[in-house]
Write a new protein. Structure first.
Lengths: 211, 168
């Protein structure tokens, strides 16, 4: 009786999991990947606000930050936290600037092996090859209610120690990212939700200045 | 765009996780004070903006101090992107490392973190026997309230941590 009870509970749990997350058929997944690659090709610039929630599951706490980000092809990014404090990161063609309050820190990505490798990942990403980049990530696609969910597992063991998976949630209409999770092996994760997203806006050079 | 976002975030993550160089050393403290703010009945939690300098390496982000029970406090340091750098549990007679980012996982550093947080939370006296474990702690704010700003310096190993209160 007890065994039957647990079996029922267990199968109910499995079915709930399956209902929430349906791995996509190979052909459907290929189609979605193509649409995503096309959206990537057609996007030359992005401007968006974001909300970042760091979930500390054991402590039942959330740390919430908000900010804006700008991207322009090929390799320019401005990622700016506005609350609870100002913190700015700019990447511009091999150079990186971090401004924390009044302190500025500049790094030449090209002179640093780690940054150079990361930069190569970005270029691969902009060219639309990251999801197929089996050298750096294992990727799989799921049909999850209102999103296509792409799970990326880093191949690099050092990266994997800090970051077990990246989950990207794609809008089913325009195939752009609406939110993403950076998941840690502890079970904690950081969720970044993009709001008021604008595709291909005109952005000034000033936004990406690292001087 | 997905690819861009993914790549960018990987870069941000690794940047935030990596330890960058900075020339400035720890500042000299003008006074040394410590109060047992964090074990009072009224204390629940405090979120600080945190910077941590170890020799010429620099890390920054959030530090959360939360009272789990009358005897247990949890201290979590995460970078701006949200990746956990360390997560400690501290009691009067016990110190638990729930997680520590591998480059920080050095025996002497963990002992120093324990010493620092033990003094901050329980107002334990400094260790005068081992010069490497010397702790200078300075706080600003009302004496009977959670401090607005805390500076912890370990001159023996050139480590300093500055905490600025965000919320409680």
């Amino acid at each position: 009786m007890l065994r039957q009870f647990f079996l029922t509970i267990f199968s109910g749990f499995i079915m709930t999991c399956m209902a929430q997350l349906n791995p996509m058929q190979k052909k459907d997944a290929e189609n979605v990947r193509q649409y995503i690659a096309e959206a990537t090709r057609n996007t030359t610039a992005i401007q968006s606000e974001f909300v970042q929630e760091k979930e500390l599951s054991v402590l039942s706490e959330k740390i919430i930050s908000k900010g804006v980000f700008y991207f322009r092809k090929e390799n320019q990014l401005r990622w700016e936290y506005i609350t609870p404090f100002n913190y700015l990161i700019i990447i511009n063609n091999g150079k990186l600037l971090v401004r924390d309050g009044n302190t500025e820190n500049r790094v030449n990505i090209q002179s640093n092996k780690v940054f150079r490798e990361i930069n190569n990942i970005i270029i691969g990403a902009v060219q639309g090859t990251l999801l197929n980049d089996t050298k750096n990530f294992q990727s799989s696609l799921f049909d999850e209610n209102s999103y296509y969910l792409c799970k990326l597992i880093p191949v690099n063991p050092k990266l994997k120690e800090s970051l077990s998976e990246i989950w990207l949630y794609f809008n089913k209409t325009d195939y752009t990212v609406d939110k993403l999770d950076l998941r840690e092996s502890s079970g904690d994760y950081t969720r970044i939700t993009f709001i008021a997203k604008k595709l291909n806006p005109l952005l000034s050079d000033e936004k990406f200045s690292v001087r | 765009m997905k690819n861009f976002l993914c790549g960018s975030l990987v870069l941000l993550l690794i940047y935030a996780c990596s330890v960058s160089k900075r020339s400035a050393g720890p500042e000299q403290l003008s006074g040394i004070h410590s109060y047992p703010f964090f074990i009072s009945d009224t204390f629940d939690k405090a979120l600080y903006k945190a910077t941590l300098d170890i020799k010429n390496q620099h890390l920054s982000g959030f530090l959360l101090i939360k009272k789990i029970s009358d005897s247990v406090h949890r201290i979590v340091f995460a970078n701006e992107i949200g990746m956990t750098m360390f997560d400690f549990g501290i009691q009067t007679n016990r110190f638990t490392v729930h997680y520590i980012f591998e480059p920080l996982n050095k025996k002497i550093l963990v002992r120093l973190f324990e010493k620092n947080f033990r003094q901050l939370i329980f107002n334990d006296g400094p260790d005068n026997v081992n010069p490497f474990l010397r702790v200078q702690l300075q706080s600003e704010g009302q004496p009977d309230q959670v401090p607005d700003r805390i500076t912890i310096v370990n001159p023996g190993i050139k480590m300093s941590m500055v905490l600025t209160l965000i919320s409680q």
